[in-house]
Design a protein around this ligand. Sequence first.
Ligand SMILES: [Zn+2]
Ligand SMILES: [Zn+2]
Length: 80
Amino acid sequence: MCLHYLTGFCPLGKDCEQAHPKFEVSAEAAAEAESAYNQSGNRLNMDEVTCYRCSEKGHFANKCPNRYVFLIPPIINVLI
Ligand SMILES: [Zn+2]
Ligand SMILES: [Zn+2]
């Protein structure tokens, strides 16, 4: 286990042959940051989301304000 790293700084960094136990914690934190980024990314991508019910952008079908639209096409198909 690398004493340099344990004391806060290892000049060898990733090239150090000693174990850097905190690196896994950093990876975890990175994963958390990444998931947080993905969540905010999803929020940003809401503008790109296309609702399959009404084909409008900006919301998912389960949040669709036009739920009744979904019922209309099958009725038309039956009539045709
Ligand atoms: Zn080290
Ligand atoms: Zn919709």
